[in-house]
Design a protein around this ligand. Structure first.
Ligand code: NAD
Ligand code: 0WE
Length: 262
């Protein structure tokens, strides 16, 4: 059964084949959605264009989400191309590398501003820019991490940004409710993407994740894609303002002990 037939979805945050945005793209494509992409800027064009072409997607627009004029430009382009849009996916996060190690209290004022601007505010900015284009029955979706609710060592200012992002999901869900547009987030377990590459201690964290998680299984971009289809389809018609965990059950643990060592 195709769950997104007749729906148009715009996906922000595609960098390469390992991106969570690519897992979502493939699942949306399999479910019959008409797609459009937006990517950060020219440096990524040579990676994103071939991926778009492989699915026959022609709407591929650069947009640095820290720039209001670029958001406005891509929104105008979407209106011109599609008229109305059903689904908007935000799969974007960034902090300066030096902020993702050492004590959180060392976060600089500018590092805090940048991380919250790109990782949290941009979702609200996109919601505003696309508000008048969103069809009733539509959905906004973003990707978060449990480091926004609990302490993940080194995640630091990104955790604070995810907390702001998750609160934005609830406030936006309230705002968009009367328009019958739903707003949700997927809280993904650790996945080896570009944004996870070279992160201090990622390998150790990833290893213990599968040792402790109830399902004892790694999280894939396909797992996130499948849940994204559900949340953006009419199957989730009465679900809004939620943070849905796709993490093999890791977040439910109060006393994490490896299997067999209880
Ligand atoms: P990724 O590097 O493939 O995606 C991050 C994207 O953010 C990239 O496409 C990058 O170009 C984009 N981006 C950064 N700054 C931007 C800007 N100024 N304007 C526009 N785009 C910008 O990595 P990913 O893991 O797929 O990350 C996607 C989302 O998933 C992020 O919000 C991340 O925090 C979240 N997440 C990742 C994991 C994980 O373990 N990989 C777990 C939970 C949540
Ligand atoms: O949200 C993320 C990735 C966040 C991220 C990663 C980078 C690395 C490269 C944001 N900005 C940057 N900037 C860079 O220059 N994740 C959930 C993956 C992740 O990142 C961590 C993690 C996990 C998990 C950082 C520290 C600790 C754990």
């Amino acid at each position: 059964m195709k769950l997104l037939e007749g729906k148009t979805a715009l996906i922000f945050g595609l960098a390469n084949k390992r991106s969570i945005a690519w897992g979502i793209t493939q699942a949306f494509h399999q479910h019959g959605a008409q797609l459009g992409f937006s990517y950060a800027g020219e440096a990524l064009e040579h990676r994103v264009k071939p991926l778009a072409e492989s699915l026959g997607v022609t709407f591929v627009e650069p947009c640095d989400v820290s720039k209001d004029d670029e958001i406005e430009r891509v929104a105008a382009k979407a209106r011109e191309t599609f008229g109305e849009v059903d689904i908007l996916v935000h799969s974007i996060g960034f902090a300066n590398r030096e902020e993702l190690q050492g004590p959180y209290y060392n976060t600089s004022r500018e590092g805090f501003r940048l991380a919250l601007d790109i990782s949290a505010y941009s979702f609200t900015a996109l919601a505003k820019a696309f508000q008048s284009m969103l069809r009733p029955g539509g959905a906004l979706l973003t990707i978060t991490y449990n480091g926004g609710e609990r302490v993940a060592p080194n995640y630091n200012v990104m955790g604070v940004a995810k907390a702001a992002l998750e609160a934005s999901v609830r406030y936006l869900a309230y705002d968009f409710g009367p328009q019958n547009v739903r707003v949700n987030a997927i809280s993904a377990g650790p996945i080896r993407t570009l944004a996870a590459a070279g992160v201090a201690g990622f390998k150790v964290m990833h290893r213990q994740f599968t040792d402790y998680a109830p399902l004892q299984q790694e999280i894939t971009i396909e797992d996130i894609g499948n849940t994204a289809v559900y949340l953006c389809s009419d199957l989730a018609a009465k679900t809004t303002g939620e943070i849905v965990f796709v993490d093999s059950g890791y977040n439910i643990l109060g006393v994490p002990i490896p299997r067999g060592k209880e």
